[in-house]
Design a protein around this ligand. Sequence first.
Ligand code: COA
Length: 379
Amino acid sequence: MTTAKESSAAKGGLRDVVAAQSSIGDVNGEKGILIYQGYDIHDLAENSTFEETVFLLWNGHLPKKDELEDLKKQFQANYKVPTEVSEMLKTFPKDANPMDVLRTTVSALGFYDKEGHSTGREAAVKTAIKLTAQLPTLVAAWERIRSGKDLIAPDASLGIAENFLYMLRGEKAEADEARMFDIALILHADHELNASTFTTRVIAGTLADIYGAVTGGIAALAGPLHGGANTNVMKMLKEIGSEDQIDSWLDKALEEKRKIMGIGHAVYKTEDPRATWLRKFSKQLGEKKGDSSWFNMSQKIEKAMLDRKGMYPNVDFYSASAYYLMDIPLDQFTPIFAVSRISGWTAHILEQYGNNKLIRPRAEYIGERDVKYTPIEQR
Ligand code: COA
């Protein structure tokens, strides 16, 4: 093994290892810049919609009017999940974790997609459309089922963000809230080779099917060091309870070497550009709903972590209070991440299929060698 390999392996976590060439997105961690297919995330958040951003991620260019209309129609025609899958949801234990439910049902969706095992671009795009259209339906359906409410059929006249909030709550969202949610979906859509996207590429690289790759992506996203952090941020805010408890709570947590959820990032060493938008939404929603306590607490924690550790909030920090103020249950924050990230996962799967090579790195062996077998009686 080369010295370079040894040093990067010893660092752990494949940090700074370039594992693929991709034109989908790029993260500049020093400058806090995120781009999708060359477009700055701020430009997209300001001007685009989730549907348009998905087109961009999959195709490498912004759609013309008819291309966008066509994609929207295809999403809307696919909002409904197969009845077998919605019936299956009803059989799950009501205390099942929503990410576990999503992982299992996405895997099951594959049974009902005849072309779901094809790795050709045309069929794979069709499957990507189905998954992007149906993840929101699965997440909303599980929320309704576990809380004993009737399922709300998707409204094919609505876009993905608005339709999701409608299916979840049973009433249409106000326009400003629907737009905030739409932007939140844009912000979470892709993030280069994060843990879940890398997982999907590794699975797709074996030429396994998209459902398998996305199921693996969901499993990776669920972890508290990845997408699971947003739920834990809200739990932390509730545990702290009020602004005046923050300093003593942080003293203790940092002394115990606990990781403060929603703070720090493997790549960003400055402000995560997605946090800029979510901070604004947390503030606006707090003002609108007459409860700015979560935003105020978050801001104080942000400042304290910057002063004490020089660390910045990541995407999960302010999305927590923003989603909470949208009446979204805590353990649904991570499934919502998946509702957006499905676009990035599928973009990477399409890219992987398009120029595939099995992903098979090496390990730096640090175990013993030349050990002789000892019969069991002699050990
Ligand atoms: N709170 C307190 N300390 C933190 C921290 C946090 N959120 N994140 C990192 N640190 C500290 C570590 O304890 C470590 O300190 P040490 O050198 O004294 O041991 C140092 O910073 C480096 O941490 P490390 O975990 O090696 O950095 P990383 O680049 O691998 O971590 C994360 C990236 C995201 C995994 C990490 O910041 C984290 O766990 N954050 C909280 C979870 C989270 O919000 N995840 C969502 C990511 S979008």
